[in-house]
Design a binder for this molecule. Sequence first.
Ligand code: FAD
Length: 393
Amino acid sequence: MERMVIAGGGLAAVRTCEQLRSRGYTGELVMLCAEPHPPYDRPPLSKAALTEEEHDSTFPTDYAELSVDVRLGVAATGLDPASRTVRTSEGELSYDTLVIATGASPVRLPGPGRQFTVRTVDDAVRLRAELKPGQRVVLVGASWISAEVATAALRQGCSVTCVEAGPAPLAAALGPAVGSRFLPWWSEVDLRLDTGVAEVTETGVRLTDGGHVDADVVVVGVGVRPDTGWLEGSGIELDRGVVVDEHLRTSLPGVLALGDVAVRWSPRWNTRLRVEHWDDAREAARTVAGVALHDPSCGEPLPVHDPIPYFWSDQFGHKIQYVGHHGPDDTLVVRGDGGERWSAAWLTPDGRLTAHLSIDSPRQMVDARMAIQAGVRPDEAALRDPEAKLAPS
Ligand code: FAD
């Protein structure tokens, strides 16, 4: 019987299994999950799971019904493409098709002190136990995750300091001009910008300028690295992740990749993208299943995964939604500059809307997505009005 092996046990892996079965795949399906827990959703881990004792984001998927052989606590440890074999922590497993969905792991800082990151349910449970009134929490990096952890820590009565190497919160993702617009939200945080952290000590963090910030709890939110260590030596093309084309095919025959671990070619943006966001992992599963089951004799083209990227963040009582993709050559237009209600748009050098950030306005996000899809070239002056309509009516 044909066997598909899914390496990874997160959103991308679970959705891939569901998609394969819903499209009629009847062969064997084995899912290797390094963690001991049944697969669960990650976005709540830096939100509700940090304040709610009983929080559970386990996916409701019925694996028995789907006939998926879920191997909890079993990691993929190596790949031999010549024999189509995955090495695992519990022996070898042959495959006809392999789907790589091993996600990413947080970057950790040097130093002997205890440091928390938020990636797994165990991380969230450990951190939640520390967020008690009066605890001094130091966040390293004013990133998406840190903003959400700051929100939870303040809610739990902690005092919060955030040490950020850049000039503004979220500056790495959105640039300093947009990032600095968020400063009012950080008013209850002792936010130290342009400040680097050298190491985590037993009593806090040592700064690159020699200073020290005392802490009971140090949370590091400075980014993630794709989990590709197990693929070293396999010959698969890696470049900040597993390189895939727009059909999510890797450089090896019979091997596909998706989610946070993948760097995908985007014809729409004419570049390689690593989109470490929920929507991309979920949507890509459709394409992976379609490509894995594609019959070349059917005359249908291979499915393509090239959506407009989208993500959200819930922080300081607000919902931020970003849709699209922008680069250094694109022009930022702050909409509603100086007002309380504002958003941001990015235009390509030839005037096309390429990305949009909205705050507490899902309607605006939907309009922006439609406008990006339609290739709208908005009038820049009119766009500065946050109420101006984006999508063609
Ligand atoms: P993962 O969810 O990381 O799953 C990969 C799984 O594979 C893990 O369980 C891992 O243990 C397992 N694994 C790793 N190596 C191996 C191996 N060698 N063998 C077997 N298994 C292995 N996105 C948004 O758009 N909005 C948000 O608000 C948001 N909030 C987030 C909050 C947190 C705390 C985190 C961590 C992420 C958040 N995201 C958010 C991002 C989103 O959750 C990810 O993009 C999504 O989880 C990616 O899914 P994935 O399946 O590719 O990877």
